[in-house]
Design a protein around this ligand. Structure first.
Ligand SMILES: *Cc1c(COP(=O)(O)O)cnc(C)c1O
Length: 416
């Protein structure tokens, strides 16, 4: 048996993986056009043309069959705008999955509201509806349904709870651009859908985000909250004048996305379906190969999933099949073997060192923010029993899929 790459042996994979994010001539041309347009942001003077921001917003709304789309600076600010538009603030509670990126909790805390962490389902790794129902109190103002990694949440049951208690769902689609649930794109099923276009995400402009909604009142509020209280003139002004107008009726901030980033997104949106399909087909191939290795299984999506998406693919390990080697060691050995960073899922938010409300000077009741009151055994178990494969690994060939399996087999033989 050849030595593990972790200990200086030959790695299974030396060649580079598909580049992420890719740049192609269409993206580069659109970026050049935006650079030469003399308008780099919507708060710059009108140049006689529709802004990239408006064009991307229309294209993304249309792609999702949603009525309104408001691009934002990033996914975190999309969440903040969505919740602020719903009137969420001091003392309100928002249900947040225990297993998700820390930004979900931070966005709630930014509004002086309280994130209530709820455990996930062990096979979908998304919010457990029964745990959600238990966590609802008279102060619950929203349920943040995060479509995590390669799964869509259990929307059947979450929608039912949302209706029963009259508490809106916010869909966090930061990891699920283009996924389809019962004939609808995610993000259009709850009251508001939010997206991140950060570099690692499957639609990206480096940094970026968006909210989509079918509710015109919420859309108008989000627009103003994002744009320091300004709105767009219904008829464009003469070139050289401002297209934004002061409303002066919203306490808001600046979460605008630049024209250059919107140009990237407009061009990249054209390849999203192609890439989602490629990943889906490679995942199917990977899944057949995976059956050759005892003790491994993949995250499942909820019922109603018609087209999934993939940000990471979580692979669950039955550690008894791997001689109870620690998950961290397995991740390190796989990373070295496959020449790419392979890591565990998020730490549960009550254990995440980045989630520390006491690091802020608070003006609410700090005891409410005591993360210790949340018990998240399933999230913790998920963190300790999975490794994640980044979606860019699935933009290659069948041979690439086989190589990932070879890497896993080699690590397994060694730990045994
Ligand atoms: C990435 C991400 C965010 C935050 O997005 P940023 O663009 O990094 O601010 C929020 N929620 C989830 C689930 C994410 O994956």
């Amino acid at each position: 048996m050849s030595t593990l790459a972790l200990y200086g042996g030959e790695p299974i994979r030396k060649k580079a993986w598909p580049v992420w994010p890719p740049s192609d001539p269409e993206v580069e041309e659109e970026v050049l056009r935006s650079l030469r347009s003399q308008r780099w942001t919507i708060s710059g003077l009108y140049n006689g043309n529709r802004s990239y921001e408006e064009r991307f917003s229309n294209a993304f709304a249309k792609y999702n069959s949603g009525k309104f789309c408001i691009p934002t600076a990033n996914g975190t600010s999309a969440l903040i705008c969505a919740m602020q538009a719903m009137g969420i603030g001091s003392g309100d509670e928002v249900i947040v999955p225990g297993l998700t990126w820390v930004a979900c909790a931070i966005a709630v805390v930014k509004l002086n509201a309280i994130p209530v962490f709820v455990d996930v389902n062990e096979s979908t790794l998304c919010l457990s509806p029964s745990r959600v129902e238990e966590a609802i109190t008279g102060r619950t103002r929203a349920i943040m349904a995060v479509h995590l990694y390669s799964a869509i949440c259990d929307l059947d049951n979450l929608l039912q709870i949302s209706e029963k208690y009259n508490i809106p769902l916010i869909e966090d689609c930061a990891q699920a651009h283009g996924a389809i649930w019962r004939g609808q794109r995610v993000g259009t099923i709850g009251k508001i859908g939010t997206f991140s276009m950060q570099q690692g995400k499957i639609l990206t402009s480096g940094e970026g985000g968006a909210c989509i909604t079918n509710d015109s009142d919420l859309a108008g509020k989000i627009y103003a909250i994002r744009t320091n209280g300004r709105s767009r003139l219904s008829v464009p002004p003469a070139a050289g004048y401002m297209e934004l107008t002061e409303t002066g009726n919203v306490f808001a901030s600046n979460y605008c996305l630049s024209e250059i980033q919107c140009a990237i997104l407009l061009a990249r949106l054209n390849t999203l379906d192609y890439e989602n399909n490629l990943r889906k087909n490679n995942k199917l191939i990977f899944e057949t190969f995976l059956k050759e290795v005892e003790g491994l299984s993949l995250q499942k999506s909820s019922q109603g999933t018609e087209a999934g998406s993939m940000y990471h693919l979580p692979v669950k390990i039955d550690l008894s099949e791997f001689n109870h080697a620690g998950i961290e060691t397995i991740c390190k050995a796989l990373s070295a073997e496959l020449n790419t960073w392979i890591h565990q899922p998020y730490a549960p938010l009550n254990k995440n060192p980045l989630y520390d409300p006491s690091s802020l000077k608070w003006y609410g009741d700090k005891k409410d923010l005591d993360a210790g009151r949340f018990n998240l055994p399933v999230s913790l178990d998920a963190h300790n029993t999975h490794f994640l494969l980044h979606h860019s690994l699935f933009l290659g060939t069948t041979d690439d899929m086989e190589m990932i399996i070879e890497g896993i087999k080699k690590v397994k033989q060694h730990v045994k």
